[in-house]
Design a protein around this ligand. Structure first.
Ligand code: SF4
Ligand code: SF4
Length: 139
């Protein structure tokens, strides 16, 4: 979803099972996207098209306009939710090494173990690579 530039855009990715619905929805889609008439100007040329539907799967949105960035995952069509990213286990000794390498400053230090704010995490893995206690785990 385009903003004025990359840093004001929101990325949405969707993965899942796809089925073909055929031509029936094409006129409706043209109504919502009038520019399509310029690419397929005649009814005959429109007949070359078909509609696919992603009916079951999961996805993620990623908002670069926020500081720190915001992300969230979702499922649809009854798909099972997968957990991704990094978390800090009880092996954390509170040394603070991960704080200086986290580009999103999204590690909470109010207690030990430290906690990663999942909605702001970039999944870069810097904390895992830096942790001297092996306390950061990738899901
Ligand atoms: S994976 Fe990257 S962004 Fe996420 S908490 Fe670790 S260092 Fe920060
Ligand atoms: S680097 Fe590892 S042990 Fe140190 S505070 Fe971060 S998670 Fe805890």
């Amino acid at each position: 979803m385009k903003g004025e530039d990359t840093m004001s855009s929101i990325a949405v990715s969707i993965r899942g099972k796809v089925r073909e619905l055929g031509y029936d929805r094409i006129p409706e889609l043209f109504e919502k996207n009038p520019y399509m008439h310029q690419i397929y100007p005649t009814e005959e040329s429109m007949k070359a098209l078909t509609v696919f539907q992603i009916f079951e799967g999961n996805g993620e949105w990623f908002d670069l306009s926020k500081k720190p960035i915001e992300r969230a995952s979702f499922t649809f069509g009854g798909s099972e939710k997968k957990t991704e990213g990094y978390y800090i286990t009880d092996s954390c000794i509170g040394c603070g090494s991960c704080l200086s390498v986290c580009p999103q400053s999204c590690i909470i230090t109010t207690g030990i173990p430290y906690v990663i704010e999942q909605e702001h995490c970039l999944h870069c893995g810097n904390c895992l690579n830096t942790c001297p206690a092996g306390a950061v785990v990738r899901r």
